[in-house]
Design a protein around this ligand. Structure first.
Ligand code: FRU
Length: 485
């Protein structure tokens, strides 16, 4: 039954009740991370959209707060958008006594999609609408939404990236309320696939090229996902304050699984150089049909984002779970396996069970065609996560994960390009939760996120090797604590 599969995540953010989609307004203010999100407080289905709200000091424990934005009788529902700290008070919208002036810039979806601003004088706890909304009116487009705003220091103005159907538009502003069209990205063959949504634009250092910085344009599309439904890609290029110029390299998948959408970077993160984002862990192809009971929709874990230059010269995004997530580990590893050859059958993980686990392992694939983990194992079902040596890929296979609900769309194997590293090792970090798995490999280049519908009783785990022998170098697995809901 539906209730039997109501597997609310142990540590991934979910709404208190009812529907959630995109993360919005991600901003760090005065020691707190704010997570706003597209929220229907009335039903576990999309509609009556508010900005739900939660805060965290550690990216692990989240406290729910009242919804921050509600539908406006004239302008419509608050769709996706971002938030910034207006440190220099360029907007002139904040009260004189406000500690940090926080401005949310978002889409109002009413008779047309327009961009509006809301102001917080209490460090992003509560917002009031700017009295002169909208700040950017609709030029006659059906799709004109999801502003992500950041401050561009070299040109000393605010930049907005906005999804406009088949292209991304860039606007500039000195005060967050008057916006000038700067340039467009697309339309181009490489961005085609569906309606563009939720752009993000940011600069990152290249980890293996000292002193080199590149700009990343992340852009989502529905449809247009790697496996149908919705999906998220990025271009790497340069940005001069007016124009984003992509490098001559193909767009890449931000996450190679089906369940990563509408990712947004945190604004105003502490000055430790980290770039953090999280995404809606879902796919529009089936988001409304997932058997999640009174809540529907979860976020990915917060991830640290980087850039690396691959051997072929392309720049690739890297992602790893935010270091704070180590606090989820329930003490010492539940199991630790030493360096040894592995073959079939393998019983090394017989002692490991659970539906909220972190498993970190490294192996030499040897002569095997496939090496990996079977997780959420039970009667006639399991989910496989591993390395396909024939194809040279990381994969997550949810074809026999469990529930036969959504059997037209869910069962499949999802691949990301992956090679063994210079030392011949494949290194995986697996974050399993009660209804999802996120896998990170190749120094964060290969990332796959999948929603899982496994039977509650399927809690086993095992290593497996197909078609040869491999060598396990190390494996550590932790039970993760339930910290949410
Ligand atoms: C993306 C999206 C956005 C829109 C929001 C509406 O998932 O469709 O483009 O602003 O969701 O909830």
């Amino acid at each position: 039954s539906i209730a039997a599969l109501d597997a609310r995540p142990a540590y991934h953010f979910t709404p208190p009740t009812n529907w959630m989609n995109d993360p919005n307004g991600l901003v760090h203010v005065d020691g707190e991370y704010h997570l706003f999100y597209q929220y229907n407080p009335a039903l576990p289905s999309w509609g009556f959209i508010h900005w739900g709200h939660a805060v965290s000091t550690d990216l692990v424990h989240w406290t729910d707060l009242p919804a921050a934005l509600a539908p406006d009788p004239v302008l419509g529902m608050p769709f996706s958008g971002s938030a910034v700290v207006d440190r220099d008070r360029t907007s002139g919208l904040c009260g004189a006594t406000a500690p940090d002036c926080v401005i949310a810039v978002f889409t109002h979806h009413g008779s047309a999609q327009v961009q509006s601003v809301a102001v917080s004088d209490d460090g992003a706890r509560t917002f009031r609408l700017n009295h002169a909304n909208p700040v950017l009116s609709n030029p006659g487009l059906i799709d004109f939404r999801d502003p992500k705003v950041f401050y561009h220091t070299p040109t000393r103005r605010w930049i907005m990236v906005l999804a406009a159907g088949d292209r991304v538009r860039l606007y500039g502003s000195s005060n967050l309320t008057g916006w000038t069209h700067l340039s467009d990205i697309g339309p181009s063959e490489s961005l085609r696939g569906g309606v563009l949504e939720c752009p993000d634009l940011f600069e990152l250092p290249v980890s293996n090229e000292p002193g080199v910085m590149r700009w990343v344009l992340k852009i989502d599309s529905n449809p247009g996902g790697r496996y149908g439904g919705s999906g998220s890609r990025y271009l790497v290029g340069t940005f001069d304050g007016v124009t984003f110029t992509p490098l001559a390299q193909a767009p890449q998948w931000a996450d190679f699984g089906p369940d990563f959408y509408a990712a947004q970077s945190f604004a105003n993160t502490p000055a430790d150089g980290r770039h953090l984002w999280l995404a809606w862990m879902n796919n529009w192809a089936y988001a409304s049909a997932l058997p999640t009971g009174s809540w529907r929709g979860a976020m990915t874990v917060p991830r640290e984002v980087g850039l690396i230059r691959a051997d072929d010269g392309t720049y690739l995004l890297t992602q790893r779970p935010a270091a704070e997530l180590r606090a989820l580990r329930d003490g010492a590893p539940a199991i630790e396996v030493a360096d040894q050859p592995i073959g079939t059958p393998c019983t090394l993980l017989d002692g490991l069970t659970g539906d909220a686990l972190e498993i970190a392992l490294a192996f030499e694939p040897g002569t095997a065609r496939e090496v990996g983990l079977a997780i959420r194992r039970g009667a006639g079902e399991e989910t496989r996560v591993g390395y396909d040596a024939v194809r040279g890929t990381l994969f997550v296979d949810r074809s026999i994960s469990g529930s036969t609900l959504l059997r037209e769309t869910l069962p499949a194997r999802h691949h990301a390009p992956l090679r063994a590293d210079g030392a011949g090792l494949v290194t995986l970090t697996v974050l399993l939760d009660r209804s999802s798995v996120e896998v990170f490999a190749g120094d964060g280049r290969a990332v796959i996120t999948d929603v899982l519908l496994a039977s509650p009783a399927s809690r086993g785990a095992q290593l497996y090797v197909d078609g040869g022998t491999a060598r396990l170098r190390s494996l550590r697995a932790w039970t993760l604590r339930r910290v949410l809901r």
